[in-house]
Design a protein around this ligand. Structure first.
Ligand SMILES: NC(=O)c1ccc[n+]([C@@H]2O[C@H](COP(=O)([O-])OP(=O)(O)OC[C@H]3O[C@@H](n4cnc5c(N)ncnc54)[C@H](O)[C@@H]3O)[C@@H](O)[C@H]2O)c1
Length: 316
């Protein structure tokens, strides 16, 4: 059995990678538990083929230990909050760029040369007028988070060229589903739990973004890992479907069974500084590799809200 390392494996998306890969791989997780939860890995903690290293990608020692015996790395550890990256740019850089570079260079030294990286479609393309946006469009990030993702992709390109790495940058849509504790759906659920009669939406509700349900995301990741080749390959990973913020608000209200909740808007075009108003990634490349959606996006939103209700409770 080959061994994979999943950084950030206690977090939302990467814990689902662990669930999928543990079936026929040895899996190591490196996570500092700053955001991730030990419960997300609970079924695997006692398994011989599973190792959890509580540590940080910014530490050479932690990374070296985590890389022992590994052939492929899924690099998902990150400071994932766009708004925090704007308030604390150097801190964000230290984790998302310096930490990622630390991992990449330790991989080079340990001769581990396969890496799939959790990049971000919406934030690296940022302010573009090409819709849907293909991988060939150049970066124009409007947040430090997006800038950091783009910067690390550049290093994946140079490491592929200089040292023979196989690298895939998964430029994700907004991923939704069980275990996610951030993003617009989570925020709406929490707001409605606090006040079931009113939902205040940041912006005018017309912001429209690409989303994808997590199960379909893991299918895409597994497919891309199976098809890795030398060089750096960026691939947009989304469902091909978009939703407006207003439609998401309606779906959350409906799924929480709150027909009398009033939806109100703060009014501006952009939800907050750094918010990309429209994201729509072109998924032709992913589809050409054989990926197909299995879940309609609106059903994905409903399933996710159902999980939030079971995890954090109904409105009291
Ligand atoms: N969720 C999305 O919609 C989305 C979209 C595009 C890209 N991404 C990227 O996918 C990855 C996973 O995102 P997520 O939504 O699952 O977030 P998450 O916060 O649930 O997962 C990130 C994990 O990284 C861990 N971590 C943070 N700093 C660390 C460090 N210094 N060392 C080790 N571990 C550390 C956290 O504890 C957490 O478990 C991130 O890289 C994120 O930027 C997510």
């Amino acid at each position: 059995m080959s061994k994979v390392l999943v950084t950030g494996g206690a977090g939302f998306i990467a814990s689902h990678i662990v669930d999928r890969y543990i079936v026929n791989h040895e899996v190591a997780v490196l996570d500092d538990l700053s955001e991730g939860r030990i419960e997300n890995m609970a079924p695997h903690l006692s398994k011989d083929e599973f190792t959890f290293i509580k540590g940080t990608i910014t530490s050479k020692e932690d990374v070296k230990k985590a890389l022992e015996g590994v052939s492929t790395v899924f690099h998902f550890a990150a400071q994932p909050d766009v708004r925090l990256s704007i308030d604390r740019p150097v801190w964000d850089f230290e984790i998302n760029v310096v930490g990622s570079m630390n991992l990449l260079d330790e991989m080079r030294k340990s001769d581990v040369k396969r890496i799939l990286f959790a990049s971000s479609g919406g934030t690296v393309y940022g302010e573009t007028d090409v819709f849907p946006t293909p991988e060939s469009v150049s970066f124009h990030p409007i947040s430090n988070y997006g800038a950091a993702k783009g910067a690390f992709e550049m290093y994946l390109s140079s490491f592929a060229e200089l040292y023979g790495f196989e690298a895939v940058s998964c430029r994700f849509a907004n991923i939704i589903g069980p275990r996610s504790t951030h993003g617009v759906i989570y925020d709406f659920y929490m707001k409605l739990k606090r006040n079931p009669s009113k939902l205040v939406v940041l912006g005018d509700g017309t912001q429209e973004k690409a989303y994808m349900y997590v199960e379909d995301t893991i299918n895409a990741i597994e497919l891309l890992e199976n098809k890795m080749k030398p060089g750096h390959t960026p691939v947009n990973v989304g469902s091909g479907e978009r939703l407006t913020v207003t439609r998401i608000a309606e779906l959350v209200v409906e799924s929480m069974n709150l027909p009398d909740a009033k939806i109100e808007y703060t009014g501006s075009k952009r939800g907050w500084a750094g918010d990309v108003v429209i994201t729509d990634i072109d998924i032709s490349l992913l589809k050409s590799l054989g990926w197909k959606p299995t879940i309609k996006l609106e059903d994905g939103v409903r399933k996710y809200v159902k999980w939030l209700l079971s995890e954090f409770g109904d409105v009291s």
